[in-house]
Unconditional design. Structure first.
Length: 559
């Protein structure tokens, strides 16, 4: 009987031959002229003659040298919205069918200096709700967790791992069947406090940017302030709205270090600004003609409100004056997101978890983070509607949209910017999540995998992953580099209404129709960029336009 050669060895040899052939082809193509630019379109250095097989790691070394960075920082590189993940030749010359005769504009963008690893396991299931959990949201410093049908607070362990800088906690607000707030100790999964006061469902809750106060808005038309350390209500409820509360937001920390101004919206069509110290309404804005669905307090002192009257209104929050009305949607405006949401939410707390020593330092840190996020550009606002469309705006500058975005086949339920502001995601009842360029609104990809409407999306703090919650009872984590599912997270027994990723990147919380709060454990690790982690491969002589010459050292990561 004849014997055949080992197929695996043949396949391996064939693959090695193909790789060798590809590498030879890349090298034979020589160089290409490229201009490195910021995401704002500003050129960095003169045009360069680069080898066509240059890798992202080599481009990273190059841009760090050009910027004279003291430490090697991570960057992402792209051409015409296409990220360079392997080499310039494979991703751009071949992938976009570019000619080596073209002058390529390579856009670079700084990335987080840490990475969040995908969820590894469900750490706990917290029961006790008598009704569905409709929303989850982490507190700025991560020390408290509120959930459920009658808000419950949980305290997260501060000793998950020695490598974790700070543990974050979760706040979950939702329709509150028993109209209470409950505080839980996550170390023992036992009830800590029961906070009573509302006479009807709790519809919305929001942390002050310093994390010292919690507000809840109810179907009983009132707003209550809570001390999360004691679980006690602070004073009597705030009254003024004639219908139930739909949204709450706080003045950003870098504008007000005392954190004593908050805004509320209602089904009554009004927006009210409150002084939480004086416990009274400071201003009432009444220009909407239908229920207000969402409000955002921008870092520039403007307040944005969306409504079922199909409009978005821009207010001067210091005077309560209407500045402009944004029009274009053909139906209710359901949701809004700001490009600065992440830094406004976390205030003075960055990825290290370090806390300021006083109000002055907190304000300084928060302002520095806000300026770094905006990069001297106006805040961008995205709105999503029942008309299946979205608009991207620069509302502080113009009432005309930057772009009208189409593609969803059903209503847009939720939108959210990535923490770095470069992308935003939209969730729709058409079972899909879509990715868009955060500056131009250009469509990037459609993420499909859910078999039911997608209710919410949330980003990891490093902007590299996205998680979505759906009616199909699953959570899905998406890899933004591949635009594919990275991990499927079953576990809920029914629809998942809400999900949030902790600002530290270490936990995910989700809640849904099954009355269960699911806690998922993640880990964060630092990207160490140090000369000890790189091996020089060779020196490549690069000629710059205009006769200037320079040596560019190209390296690769140590195996």
């Amino acid at each position: 009987m004849a014997t055949k050669g080992p197929p695996k060895l043949k396949a391996k040899k064939k693959a090695q031959t193909e790789v060798s052939s590809e590498n030879h082809e890349e090298e034979s193509l020589g160089t290409v002229i490229a201009q490195l630019t910021t995401i704002n379109g500003e050129s960095t250095g003169p045009p360069l003659s680069l080898p066509v097989n240059v890798t992202p790691e080599q481009l990273g070394l190059l841009i760090n040298q050009l910027l004279n960075n003291d430490e090697h920082l991570p960057y992402a590189f792209s051409v015409d919205q296409r990220e360079i993940t392997t080499s310039l030749y494979k991703d751009i010359i071949q992938g976009l069918q570019k000619s080596t005769e073209d002058v390529l504009k390579i856009v670079y963008q700084p990335q987080a200096i840490f990475k969040v690893r995908a969820v590894t396991r469900c750490s706990s299931t917290l029961s006790g709700h008598s009704d569905a959990i409709l929303s989850v949201s982490f507190s700025p410093d991560g020390n408290q967790l509120a959930t459920g049908s009658g808000m419950r607070f949980y305290h997260l362990s501060s000793s998950l791992r020695s490598t974790i800088i700070n543990s974050f906690s979760i706040l979950d607000f939702n329709h509150s069947g028993d109209a209470t707030v409950r505080i839980w100790d996550l170390n023992t999964d036992t009830l800590h406090y029961t906070c009573s006061g509302h006479a009807n469902w709790v519809l919305y809750i929001s942390w002050s940017p310093d994390g010292k106060l919690l507000t809840s808005g109810s179907m009983d038309k009132t707003i209550r302030l809570w001390d999360p350390e004691t679980g006690k209500s602070i004073g009597d409820p705030l009254k003024g709205h004639s219908q139930w509360i739909t949204c709450l937001t706080w003045e950003p920390l870098h504008l007000n270090s005392k954190c004593n101004r908050m805004a509320s919206s209602s089904k009554d069509g009004t927006v009210r600004i409150w002084d939480t110290t004086l416990r009274r309404v400071v201003m009432t804005m009444t220009h909407h003609t239908a229920a207000v669905t969402c409000i955002k307090w921008g870092g520039n002192g403007l307040l944005y409100s969306s409504s079922r009257d199909k409009t978005i209104k821009v207010w001067d929050a210091s005077q309560g004056k209407l500045i402009r009305t944004l029009e274009g949607h053909g139906h209710w405006v359901n949701t809004m997101a700001l490009s600065t949401d992440f830094v406004l939410r976390t205030g003075a707390i960055d990825h290290t978890g370090k806390k300021p020593k006083d109000e002055t330092e907190a304000k300084e840190w928060a302002l520095a983070r806000y300026k770094a996020a905006t990069r001297d550009r106006p805040e961008r606002l995205v709105s999503g509607s029942d008309d299946f469309t979205m608009f991207i705006w620069e509302p502080s500058e113009n009432k005309k949209p930057l772009a009208r975005l189409t593609g969803h086949q059903k209503l847009v339920n939720h939108v959210r910017f990535s923490p770095d502001g470069s992308l935003f995601a939209s969730a729709s009842f058409d079972n899909s999540v879509k990715l868009w360029d955060g500056f131009t609104g250009k469509f990037i990809a459609s993420l499909r995998g859910h078999v039911g409407p997608v209710y919410q999306v949330c980003w990891s703090s490093d902007s590299r992953m996205l998680i979505s919650a759906s009616k199909d009872s699953t959570l899905k984590i998406w890899d933004l580099k591949t635009k594919k599912i990275k991990m499927d997270l079953p576990g809920h027994l029914d629809e998942v209404f809400s999900v949030d990723w902790s600002p530290s990147g270490e936990k995910v919380a989700s809640g849904g129709k099954d009355h269960q709060l699911k806690m998922q454990v993640l880990f964060k690790y630092w990207l160490l960029f140090n000369s000890a982690y790189f091996n020089p491969l060779f020196f490549h002589y690069v000629k710059l336009d205009g006769g200037i010459e320079a040596f560019i050292k190209t390296c690769k990561l140590k195996e």
